[in-house]
Design a binder for this molecule. Structure first.
Ligand SMILES: [Zn+2]
Length: 678
């Protein structure tokens, strides 16, 4: 049997990375799936009356071995992959989805779950157990377990069509993105672009055997051009090309796909007993109903719009002033915003970086966690790691009890995907009276040290580290019984609260004094620099907010009502944008036909959650500001009612227990400078 199949005989039962060979994975997966199936069979063949313990609890604790192997494998596939691992992932992924479908479609299992669910009122369950029962039941019912055979067949047909349509939608967007290039041969046309962007454009041309420079619709090429290129006509060409993606009436057009996806989602929701797709999605979100989301977005809109209009007018005046532009168009926004921002703040990364040596920032994050939550971080070298760059820590509480194992992996390398994320090697849970502590990891792609300089972070990297560390604390401090409710296993519009709230400490004098010291002189970062960072962080916040709201409203317009009356994608969209519009419309452009977030990815009826999470984090941090950013009473409430509670109760209940009231957008609007500070 592979080393992966038995409980690890290592310090803290941590993953034995150095002893795992690639060829171990597939047989280990197969074995673990077999074991997990046997665990499910044991539940369904149990001759005793279905009970919470012999069914719901047993189901939640089943598949532990499979989870352990999956976490190691898929975490490494993100952080330290290679061709072989990717090939195994291709083989394993269908096996895993087949296994999870087999559970969802297992009628004997559903019968038992339903029997318990139907008698839940008479069962003496804890709050956490009630939540778990509800979650397990919905895992079946939301996939059609209660439907007649005929309706089940229709549901499967809809799901099949939806997955094909979403795939086609994405393929069209990608094909349109790849089909376009702007070939420039006159260097003057690149005027205004930073050297790095020019170089990249030149290299791209070279790689395609062309002279000069190529600009494409890929973000790393598109964004710098729209932000810096002085040539307005070329910006216009590029912006119109980007906005016309999958909206040209040819065979890559997505209008029909959009209409069909919206229609099928609506039918699917109706079939399952929900009024609209948004009602279906939001049932498992903190926001709960489309009405709440729409009210939320409209309230923000009312409050942010005056600031947005003011910012827009100022920007227009600025453009007129420097370039004689009478009316701002969509392709002018990023360009003049950047110019105005430079004029107002002249802040660049190089000024700040010396104050953010990586080791200092890590220590700062640890000290903050210690002051707030009594956590101690101690570097350990007794556990195995998957790469020499990975740092390993033992986290303990004030009494010296183990809280968590913590891995931190900071630098880019081949085999690591882009971005930054927090992940889990082992969840926390309580079994047979033992509180089994979690193994948490954060993975980033920060500036590497060089021979002459340590790793000095940009301010954006600093907030990213705090963000991921905030997620990590949510995982580390978990204190729930059931693994599927533990740590970050919470509703989607709640999961960014612990991460975003921690970013706030990066702007606070009391916190910065702990770690933002010059790597050569030891001088603490001057407060005027921090003030500048704050001011520039909220620059054009009104317009940004309006933009986010417009996407959220567009999303809800497709999913929060019966879409069968919609015949024109473009006019539907114009209508949805009517209250948020600042720039003149461009007739040949459409947002919906390339809005992959909601038509291909998982954000349908979920786009609002970006702003929702900001409202939560600002409102939560305001409580700290009222009492002091290191106030123990507030920190303890946050730990006890939010960080340790995972998904054991409705997030609004948890939040109110921490805050004493429901979140209000005022703190966010104040922080963003959109309304007056009291
Ligand atoms: Zn996050």
């Amino acid at each position: 049997m592979s080393i992966l199949n038995s409980k690890f005989n290592t310090p803290f039962h941590t993953a034995p990375f150095s002893k795992i060979k690639n060829e171990d994975y597939l047989p280990a997966f197969l074995k673990a799936i077999e074991h997990a199936r046997a665990e499910i069979d044991a539940i369904t063949s149990n001759t005793e009356t279905p009970s919470f313990e012999n069914t719901i609890e047993a189901l939640d604790f089943s598949g532990e071995e499979l989870d352990r192997i999956s976490s190691i494998f898929f975490n490494l596939n993100s952080a330290e992959t290679n061709d072989e691992i990717q090939k195994i992932a291709q083989e394993v992924s269908p096996l895993l989805s087949e296994f999870s479908n087999d559970i969802t479609l297992n009628e004997d299992l559903f019968k038992r779950v339903k029997a318990i669910y139907d008698t839940r009122a008479s069962l003496d369950l804890t709050v956490e157990q009630k939540t778990l029962l509800d979650k397990k039941y919905k895992g079946f019912s939301r996939n059609g377990a209660n439907l007649s055979e005929e309706k089940k067949a229709r549901l499967r047909e809809i799901d099949k069509q939806l997955s094909q349509l979403k795939l086609k939608f994405g393929e069209n967007v990608l094909a349109e993105t790849n089909a376009y290039e702007m070939h420039l041969t006159n260097e003057a046309d690149l005027s205004g672009l930073p050297e790095g962007a020019k170089e990249a454009a030149q290299q791209l041309a070279e790689s395609k055997g062309k002279e000069g420079w190529l600009i494409t619709l890929d973000y790393p090429s598109y964004i710098p051009f729209m932000t810096y290129a002085d040539n307005r006509e070329l910006r216009k060409q590029l912006a119109i090309a980007a906005g016309a993606k999958a909206f040209k009436g040819d065979d890559l057009d997505n209008q029909d796909n959009v209409l069909q996806i919206a229609q099928l989602r609506h039918e699917r929701a109706n079939l399952l007993g929900y009024k609209t797709h948004a009602h279906f999605v939001l049932e498992e979100r903190m926001a709960k109903t489309p009405e709440t989301v729409e009210n939320f977005l409209n309230e923000l809109l009312d409050k942010a719009k005056p600031a947005a209009v003011r910012e827009f007018q100022n920007l227009e005046a600025f453009a007129k002033d420097i370039d004689g532009i009478d009316h701002l168009e969509k392709w002018d926004g990023a360009y003049y915003s950047e110019k105005l921002k430079q004029k107002l703040f002249s802040l660049d990364d190089e000024q700040l970086k010396p104050y953010f040596k990586l080791e200092h920032v890590i220590d700062g994050a640890f000290t903050i966690a210690e002051r707030l939550y009594d956590l101690k971080f101690e570097a350990i070298d007794t556990i195995d790691k998957y790469h020499e760059d990975v740092l390993t820590y033992k986290v303990t509480d004030i009494k010296g009890n183990l809280v968590s194992i913590f891995y931190a992996d900071f630098f880019p390398r081949a085999g690591k995907r882009n971005g930054a994320w927090m992940t889990v090697y082992k969840s926390q849970y309580i079994k047979n009276g033992v509180n089994d502590r979690p193994h948490i990891s954060i993975v980033c792609n920060f500036t590497k040290p060089t021979k002459s300089k340590p790793s000095l972070l940009t301010f954006n990297e600093v907030t990213t580290l705090f963000h991921e560390f905030g997620h990590a604390l949510h995982g580390m401090l978990a204190n729930t019984t059931y693994p599927s409710l533990s740590g970050t296993s919470v509703f989607w519009d709640f999961v960014e609260l612990p991460s975003q709230v921690l970013e706030n400490w990066c702007y606070e004098k009391e916190a910065l004094e702990l770690f933002a010291t010059h790597y050569e002189t030891g001088e603490v970062i001057p407060m005027e620099l921090i003030e500048k960072i704050k001011a520039s962080a909220t620059f054009h916040e009104g317009m940004q907010t309006l933009r986010q709201i417009s996407f959220g409203l567009l999303d809800m317009s497709w999913h929060g009502q019966d879409p069968s009356g919609i015949t024109s994608v473009k006019s539907h969209e114009l209508n949805a944008f009517s209250k948020t519009k600042l720039y003149p419309d461009v007739a040949e452009n459409c947002m919906s036909t390339s809005f992959s977030h909601i038509f291909q990815g998982g954000y349908s009826s979920g786009y609002y959650s970006y702003k929702w999470a900001e409202v939560l984090d600002a409102d939560a941090f305001e409580y700290f500001l009222e009492k002091g950013v290191f106030n123990k009473e507030v920190a303890t409430k946050f730990k006890n009612h939010v960080l340790s509670q995972g998904g054991i109760e409705d997030p609004m209940t948890l939040y109110k227990r921490f805050r004493g009231k429901e979140p209000k957008p005022d703190a966010l609007l104040k922080r963003a400078g959109l309304i007056e500070k009291a």
